[in-house]
Design a protein around this ligand. Structure first.
Ligand code: PLP
Length: 434
């Protein structure tokens, strides 16, 4: 494959990338299969990030390619406004049956995690209007959160720098993040910190529940540095939202579809929010698609109140909502997850993953290690994570620096020998980078 030269690289304004630095010193991926990416120079690199937290069944799955090909030939596209197609309904039913926790049995399709988040926020606002409580418009989010890049998600993002360029967004208050020094090197759910949820009561006391539409949190935070919720924290958030009549939204764009060793984090910890936003693993990253799971009561409030009329109940949707090609990719992906029991495999092998990543404790500069399911975060001194990532890349393993944390989220098909390679590589790369 011919790679572009510097002149040929100018037109593409690359996302979340230092464009000038990239174009001076580019890195190319040209192929992918299973656990590996092929670089422009032909080297095979072990992918510890499942692409960007999305290729949960591994790369290059033929079943998905075949389903996409067949769908393109059968029906490439159909207008989703006021027309339906069978695969949209089939996929919604499969998601309700196999992925969403009990009670979240209505599905709205989007094309990305950012769109799922903004969709959920719009549903929350209109829901309260329909209930005659139209003053409930504000949101509560959390520091270190990432909710994508659309207006709602950006307003509610608590990641450093993520909002600084864009001016005024939605009205929001922020809970503290749940990273506590006393929980350093916790394995799985940390023991301390459930009481941090009570900050929500303080925010409600200040702003008043009559003004708050919803609380949104990543129940298992990814981009902020793999932040695992303290035991009992999510339950307390649920209780406080219930007491004050506030909707609870879990943003599971990373967590859902097996990443935590179960279909969703909500299901894993037994806390059911009012909505769950998803994307990424829904199609194994092969075709853009997102889905918002809603409680039936929310759907009924929009759809099944008053007289049936020809007016759309929710003036929202995308040209590509439930795109037939994305539906075909998602159905093939769900089949792989089920047939290969990948969520169960992720759960089982997560023990070995935990032991492996925690064996890095004691290396120079390692300040904290966190893990849950097939996720891990390693905190390093300022400025080191990027150097570690560059070093592991040289050694044949890609890891992702998120601020000062190395984050990892390998495909769920990972085996023990891959974990050994990742751990051995980091064992050498972390000291070498400092
Ligand atoms: N929400 C969460 C929790 C995410 O991690 C992401 C992306 O990483 C998003 C939303 C945005 O998803 P997308 O990049 O598909 O718009």
């Amino acid at each position: 494959m011919t790679l572009p030269n510097k002149d040929q690289m100018q037109a593409w304004w690359m996302p979340f990338t230092a464009n000038r630095a990239f174009k001076d010193n580019p890195r190319f991926y040209v192929a992918a299969e299973g656990m590996y990416m092929t670089m422009g120079d032909g080297r095979q690199i072990l992918d510890t990030n499942a692409g960007l937290w999305c290729c949960n069944a591994g790369h290059g799955r033929k079943e998905i390619a075949d389903a996409v090909h067949a769908q393109l030939l059968e029906m490439d596209y159909g207008n989703p406004f006021t027309y339906g197609h069978p695969k949209g309904f089939e996929l919604a039913n499969r998601l309700v049956a196999d992925i969403a926790p009990e009670g979240l049995n209505r599905v709205f399709f989007t094309n990305s995690g950012s769109e799922s988040v903004d969709t959920a926020l719009k549903i929350a606002r209109q829901y309260w209007r329909l209930k005659g409580q139209g003053t409930k418009t504000a949101f509560v989010a959390r520091v270190k959160a990432y909710h994508g890049v659309n207006w709602g998600g950006v307003s509610l993002a608590g990641l450093t720098g993520n909002r600084k360029s864009f001016g005024q967004g939605l009205e929001a208050d922020f809970l503290r993040h749940t990273l506590l020094p006393e929980n350093a090197f916790s394995k799985g759910l940390p023991k301390q910190g459930a009481e941090l949820a009570h900050e929500l009561s303080d925010i409600i006391a200040m702003r008043d529940a009559s003004n708050i539409a919803a609380v949104i949190v990543e129940p298992m935070a990814g981009a902020g540095g793999v932040i695992v919720p303290p035991e009992g924290y999510l339950q307390k958030l649920r209780e406080i939202c219930d007491q004050h009549n506030i909707l609870l939204i879990f943003d599971e764009v990373i967590a859902a579809y097996g990443r935590v060793g179960a279909a969703t984090m909500a299901g894993k910890v037994g806390v059911t929010p009012d909505m769950i936003t998803t994307a990424k693993g829904l199609t194994n990253g092969a075709v853009p698609m997102g889905a918002v799971f809603c409680k039936q009561e929310i759907y009924d409030t929009f759809v099944n109140t008053g007289d049936a009329s020809a007016v759309p109940e929710f003036l929202h949707g995308y040209t590509y909502s439930a795109h037939p090609v994305a539906c075909a990719a998602a159905l093939a992906t769900l089949d792989i997850y089920k047939n290969e029991k990948l969520f169960e495999h992720a759960n089982t092998i997560s023990q070995y993953w935990e032991e492996g990543v925690h064996s890095l404790k004691g290396l120079p500069g390692v300040k904290d290690i966190r893990n849950y399911g097939l996720l891990a975060g390693i905190d390093l001194p300022a400025g080191i994570a990027g150097k570690v990532a560059a070093k592991t890349l040289e050694m044949g393993v890609t890891v992702r620096p998120a601020g000062d944390t190395i984050v990892m989220s390998p495909p769920l098909i990972i085996q023990k020998e891959h974990i050994d390679t990742i751990v051995n590589t980091l064992q050498e790369a972390i000291p070498a980078a400092q």
